[in-house]
Ligand binder design. Structure first.
Ligand code: FES
Ligand code: FES
Length: 149
C-alpha cells in the first residue's frame, strides 16, 4: 500500500492505496464520489472525466498514486449554492437523457470553456470528442455547451 494525499472537491484526503488503484476507483470507493462513473474502463467513453489540477482527465487512465499531491474536482464539487453554468445549460437544453455520460460531458465542457470561452460548434464537437453518449445524438449536448459559453 502507498500513502497518497489528494484534495478532492476542496477537501484533503490522506489514504492508503494499492499502487494499481485507478483514480476513478479511488474516488468512488475510498472517497465516495460516485457521481464519477465508469463506462468502459478502457479510456474510450469519457464518463469518468474529472478535472485534475484544473484540466480534464479520464480518471480510469490515471493511477491514484499519480494524483498524489494534486487537486481533483469531480462533478459533485462543481456546483456551489447554485448549479455551475454548464450544469444549468444542460438542464435548459435537455442535454441529457439517461444521464450516464453527463458527468464526464460536463467536466469536459468546463475544461473546454476555460480554454476557449467562445467556441464554434465545430470546436465544441472537437472538444467533446473523447466523450461518448449512447442516447442523445449529441445535438442538445452541443447546444448546452454553446449556451453555457
Ligand atoms: Fe474512463 Fe470510459 S470509464 S473513459
Ligand atoms: Fe445517456 Fe449520454 S445521456 S449516455
Amino acid at each position: 500500500m502507498t500513502k497518497v494525499s489528494i484534495t478532492v472537491d476542496g477537501v484533503l484526503h490522506e489514504s492508503e492505496v494499492e499502487p494499481r488503484t485507478l483514480l476513478v476507483h479511488y474516488l468512488r470507493e475510498q472517497v465516495g464520489k460516485v457521481g464519477t462513473v465508469v463506462g468502459c474502463d478502457t479510456s474510450s467513453c469519457g464518463a469518468c472525466t474529472i478535472l485534475l489540477d484544473g484540466r480534464s482527465a479520464k480518471s480510469c487512465s490515471v493511477l491514484a498514486v499519480q494524483a498524489d499531491g494534486s487537486s481533483v474536482t469531480t462533478i459533485e464539487g462543481l456546483a456551489g449554492d447554485e448549479w455551475h453554468p454548464v450544469q444549468a445549460a444542460f438542464k435548459e437544453c435537455h442535454g441529457l437523457q439517461c444521464g450516464y455520460c453527463t458527468p464526464g460531458m460536463v467536466m469536459s465542457a468546463v475544461d473546454l470553456l476555460s480554454e476557449n470561452p467562445n467556441p464554434t460548434e465545430a470546436e465544441i464537437r472537437e472538444g467533446l470528442e473523447g466523450n461518448l453518449c449512447r442516447c442523445t445524438g449529441y445535438h442538445n449536448i452541443v447546444k448546452s455547451v454553446a449556451l453555457a459559453a
